[in-house]
Design a protein around this ligand. Structure first.
Ligand SMILES: *[C@@H]1O[C@H](CO)[C@@H](O)[C@H](O)[C@H]1NC(C)=O
Length: 489
């Protein structure tokens, strides 16, 4: 009783259960400790600001509202984290980081060999923190001009090009490039580069053009310039790198309905939110219908999934399965093996499983989240029996797996029941990078088919960008406001 009174008097934290940490579970501040510091901060491709604090420290408490505001505004752009140095287990970490007083703020960003750590000594306001951190977001975006355009286009990788009037690179574009580091090369071309602008028929600025690679037609994004739908758009050509740091607390937040804030956040982030803008508009026109389905088209199968089509495709032929999910270029794929043959009506577990999965995908899509390409594998697909055997799955049961052939792993849904909740929890955990990874047997994965590059003449399917929001190239707070995860500053 005395203790509770003392706490109340000190106006520390109203919820005694959480008295240890200064931040609520639902806080946008990423709470880290000695165990996950390395994984979430030191090894991240993102820049982070880390607050080392003690819950009893007055300046720490004073900083809290501004720090949380900064966290909201930097969501998707950089990580805002906190370590409780009052926790015995964290003390060695705080010591190593040279923390001598509270709060100590450090900006940590990826370096060549090890992360670069710098003290933050600016003003303790949300705006000052946001500005300082935005400035340190790594820039993997190439500036390309008419002179080096051809050379750039010759590179075989998938590319995302922002045509813009600005000379600086926005925090949003830099953050997107980090999400797709290693799989999509980002570039920025100014409106002054006549040859490039003409080549792609760009009429408005900014315009984001996606080149899937090979002779695939270019895609033009005409949704809002916000991170989530843009990630989803670009995910057509490559899966973004999983980000354990932002994903994990989100999932916990979403599951913890213990505060207003968490609920609101859940509503915002998950199911209830109307999709913002014409998110998929650029997606629908990429493969000319009269083109023969060459093997490379199969390899790109996941990208063909159109909005009107069912969310879960059916892989009838062996080659489709391989092409869609099992080449050295295939990213995450959700495969549901069913006992039924092609065209047969699904019953029992198979029906439940696919209904559940469809619900989950719909939900994600509606919330503007990216979804993994998802397929049903009927029993008469020649590759089905073999793959089941290779993965050690029963041959007559419904089985759901997520494969990532590029990285050589797969994950297994091991429950016997396929309720929407169980399936959703599992998919969420996979999205967060959780769950046991099994190794894909070597001969299951095939070398991705090389595609003849016709980079000299990219075909632009859609020319206009109807985006009305102008990308703020200067990393200012207004920029941050445009992000869907942000509240107003
Ligand atoms: C960081 O980027 C590399 C590519 O350079 C990628 O392979 C890796 O998965 C990324 N790491 C994280 C944690 O996203």
């Amino acid at each position: 009783m005395v203790q509770i009174k003392a706490l109340a008097a000190a106006a520390v934290i109203l919820c005694p259960v959480l008295a240890e940490s200064m931040y609520m579970k639902s806080s946008p501040v990423l709470q880290i400790d000695h165990k996950n510091y390395d994984k979430l901060i030191a090894k991240s491709n993102y820049t982070s600001i880390v607050e080392f604090y003690a819950p009893w420290c007055g300046h720490c408490k004073n900083l809290k509202p501004a720090y949380e505001k900064a966290a909201k505004n930097l969501a998707g752009l950089a990580q805002v984290a906190a370590v409780n140095c009052d926790d015995e287990d964290n003390k060695p970490l705080c010591g190593q980081m040279g923390v001598q007083g509270f709060p100590t703020l450090k900006v940590v960003r990826p370096g060549k060999k090890r992360p670069v750590v710098e003290d933050y000594q600016g003003a303790r306001s949300a705006k000052a923190i946001v500005d300082a951190v935005v400035e340190k977001i790594p820039n993997h975006v190439k500036r390309v001009g008419d002179k080096d355009l051809d050379g750039f286009l010759e590179e075989k990788t998938a590319k995302a090009i922002l045509f813009t009037e600005k000379g600086t690179t926005s925090a949003l574009l830099r953050a997107l490039a980090i999400d797709f580091l290693g799989s999509v090369q980002f570039a920025q071309i100014r409106n002054k580069e006549k040859k490039a602008v003409d080549k792609f028929g760009v009429e408005k600025f900014p315009t984001l053009v996606l080149l899937p690679g090979g002779d695939k037609e270019a895609l033009v994004y005409d949704g809002e310039l916000k991170k989530d739908p843009m990630v989803e758009f670009i995910s057509q050509v490559a899966a973004p790198n999983p980000n354990p740091a932002t994903a994990k607390p989100d999932s916990k937040k979403a599951k913890t309905k213990d505060s207003k804030e968490a609920k609101k956040e859940k509503a915002d982030k998950k199911e209830d939110k109307e999709p913002t803008g014409k998110v998929f508009a650029g997606k629908l026109t990429r493969i000319s219908p009269d083109k023969k389905p060459a093997p490379e088209t199969e390899a790109q199968k996941p990208m063909e999934v159109k909005e009107e089509k069912p969310l879960i495709g059916v892989l009838e032929a062996e080659g489709h399965l391989t092409g869609a999910c099992l080449t050295t270029k295939s990213h995450n794929c959700i495969l549901t093996f069913v006992p039924a043959k092609t065209g047969e009506e699904l019953t029992g577990d198979a029906k439940t499983a696919l209904d559940s999965l469809t619900d989950v995908l719909k939900k994600h899509k509606k919330g503007g989240h990216r979804t993994f390409p998802s397929f049903q594998v009927p029993a008469d697909n020649k590759a089905s029996a073999k793959l089941r055997k290779d993965l050690g799955l029963k041959d007559d049961k419904v089985e759901i797996v997520v494969t990532n052939a590029k990285k050589g792993w797969w994950k297994h849904y091991t429950k016997d029941e396929f309720s929407a909740k169980s399936v959703e929890d599992w998919i969420d955990s996979v999205r967060m990078g959780e769950g046991k990874k099994e190794k894909l047997p070597k001969d299951v994965v095939v070398e991705a088919i090389k595609i003849e590059e016709d980079a000299g003449k990219p075909k632009v399917v859609r020319k206009s960008s109807t985006a009305e929001v102008v990308v703020e190239e200067e990393p200012k707070k207004e920029k941050a406001k445009e992000d869907p995860d942000h509240d107003e500053l």
